[in-house]
Design a protein around this ligand. Structure first.
Ligand code: PXP
Length: 254
């Protein structure tokens, strides 16, 4: 693997969404995780929401027990979730804001506003040897606070940029993209490992893969939708190919 290898984390939440529509056991998100890994995923992400609308506690325990690649446990910064995460001992946790009525994680975590509560929270995970990633907008104040709180990783929220790209709003897309470019650079400069995710598809994953500071992309919804048509292994392979095209473009410029 080259120095600048870019990891693909596959989010399996929406396999659980489909399963829960009928309340039974199929399709199984753990099976999806195993298939994704077999096809080339570098890790698996799952979000145990407080309302348990998709991933269940037993899914998280099974993912930890059954997958051979790192588990990224997405969660709200609550005491209850921290207790479950410490019992699960995933490779990493990703702290996200959660609102009950939202369709998906809508914005980034307000690390500046919540610094008093987040500091001991992150310290507890650092002590336990679990890497904490903070899911934030590419905002300089949030990035600098993430570093000050000793989080080893941030995940830049790409949702606003991806929405603008899909809607064909060039002005907004360019503005959001410049924020991501500057944010990734600042984060790497202050010593953070930089991940990105939310709303990515093949085209946007290829573009963002060209940013050398980004070490991991976490992608779910688009991939599960594509998997309905071409299968999950083929979707993982196509996503990896898109990411490699983007990374190759970045390396040829270096
Ligand atoms: N990263 C984080 C922190 C998320 O909350 C989500 C959505 O669950 C994703 C990545 C994946 O986003 P999407 O499902 O839109 O690819």
């Amino acid at each position: 693997m080259s120095q600048s290898a870019l990891r693909l984390g596959v989010n399996v939440d929406h396999v659980a969404t489909l399963r829960n529509a009928r309340g039974g056991e199929r399709p199984d998100p753990v099976r999806a995780a195993l298939v994704a890994i077999e096809a080339g995923a570098d890790g698996i992400t799952a979000h145990l929401r407080e309302d348990r609308r998709h991933i269940r506690d037993t899914d998280m325990a099974r993912l930890k027990a059954e997958i051979s690649k790192p588990l990224n446990f997405e969660m709200a910064a609550t005491q209850d979730m921290q207790r479950i995460a410490l019992a699960t001992m995933p490779h990493a946790v990703c702290l996200v804001p959660e609102r009950r009525m939202e369709l998906t994680t809508e914005g980034g975590l307000d690390v500046v506003g919540q610094r008093e509560t987040l500091a001991p929270f992150i310290a507890r995970f650092n002590d336990a040897g679990i890497r904490t990633s903070l899911f934030i907008a590419a905002d300089p104040a949030q990035i600098e606070m993430a570093a000050a709180l000793k989080a080893p990783v941030i995940e830049l929220h790409t949702g606003a940029w991806c929405d603008a790209v899909v809607e064909g709003d060039r002005t907004r897309a360019d503005r959001e993209w410049q924020r991501i470019v500057a944010g990734a650079k600042l984060a790497a400069d202050v010593g953070l490992e930089v991940h990105a995710g939310h709303g990515l598809d093949y085209a946007t994953a290829e573009i963002i893969a060209a940013l050398p500071q980004i070490k991991e992309l976490n992608i779910g919804y688009f991939m599960m939708g594509e998997a309905l048509f071409v299968g999950l292994p083929e979707t993982v392979r196509q996503m990896r190919a898109a990411m490699q095209r983007g990374r190759a473009a970045c390396e040829s410029r270096a």
